[in-house]
Design a protein. Structure first.
Length: 299
């Protein structure tokens, strides 16, 4: 399983503050994350939640609680989604009953992604749990409309303002590290996606011989490795259930994110290739070995 916390980008100062609060036992039992839509509030909450339910309190991705969380089978994780734009008391009552169970080992996390959609009855029912929270239970409320949260709810939550990182949102091109307004760069990204699709889905080396011309040059190989790194990073985020901006690799991401072990093996192989490209190696041979390893991992 991916370490969700490590995949949350552009929030280092806030992540350090929250992690320190966990390590020092200062994390509030109810956090209200607020900020613009689409900036990763849910990703941040999921990463923090994984740390809390993890046996090691690290979000290790390997222990039983982490694995069950990835599979959507965790009894430590509860999400309350709105139905037709409203969260009703009928959704909160059974949650409170589950949380009231005694002799629960470890932490539990309740995530409410659109807390402003709690109707008054649901909000009042939730308020009782916020006032007297069960032991080791954490409530993560997310909102894009802080003014719509009842004052009684706000007063019992620790407010976490999630800023919008400069130059990140709405810029998939910037994340690729290339100017996709440049036709040559855009073509290179598309070529690489096609090469990966050939190897993973067809279990063969890329048929387009153009890739040899590209990777035999140091700069060309480094550009490809940069594209491959971003591709795998996006796949790891998707596998972890995090938000991934739309891009030209949508179909390939579905395949890559569906097999965690192969994805991890590919990531390690790519890190090794990246190290090799910085040294004096036969670049074409290094790239061919990477493709062969990729094919073996995904067969």
């Amino acid at each position: 399983m991916a370490l969700v916390w490590d995949l949350v980008e552009g929030r280092e100062e806030l992540k350090q503050t929250l992690r320190a609060a966990v390590d020092q036992g200062r994390l509030g039992h109810a956090l209200l994350f607020t900020g613009s839509a689409g900036i990763g509030k849910r990703d941040l909450a999921r990463g923090l939640g994984q740390i809390l339910v993890c046996e090691q309190r690290t979000g290790c991705g390997e222990c039983g609680p982490c694995c069950r969380l990835e599979l959507g089978q965790s009894e430590s994780w509860h999400e309350v989604e709105s139905e037709n734009g409203v969260i009703k008391i009928e959704q909160i009552r059974p949650l409170r009953e589950r949380l009231s169970l005694a002799n629960w080992n470890g932490a539990r996390v309740v995530l409410i992604p659109a807390a402003e959609e709690l109707n008054p009855q649901a909000a009042n029912a939730l308020l009782k749990s916020l006032e007297e929270p069960p032991e080791q239970t954490y409530f993560f409320l997310l909102t894009t409309h802080l003014s719509r949260i009842l004052p009684t709810i706000r007063s019992r939550c620790q407010l976490i303002r999630v800023p919008t990182p400069l130059g990140k949102e709405g810029s998939t091109e910037a994340n690729w590290g290339l100017d996709l307004n440049d036709s040559e760069a855009k073509e290179l990204v598309q070529q690489n996606i096609s090469w990966w699709t050939d190897v993973i889905r067809g279990a063969r080396m890329p048929e387009d011989e153009n890739w040899r011309e590209v990777v035999k040059d140091r700069q060309g190989l480094q550009k490809c490795v940069q594209i491959w790194s971003h591709l795998i990073h996006r796949a790891r985020r998707k596998a972890a259930g995090l938000e991934v901006p739309q891009g030209p690799d949508a179909s390939l991401l579905e395949v890559l994110s569906s097999r965690a072990l192969a994805l991890d093996q590919t990531w390690m192989a790519l890190l090794n290739l990246k190290s090799e490209t910085e040294g004096q190696v036969d670049r074409l041979l290094a790239a061919e070995c990477f493709w062969l390893g990729l094919r073996e991992s995904w067969q």
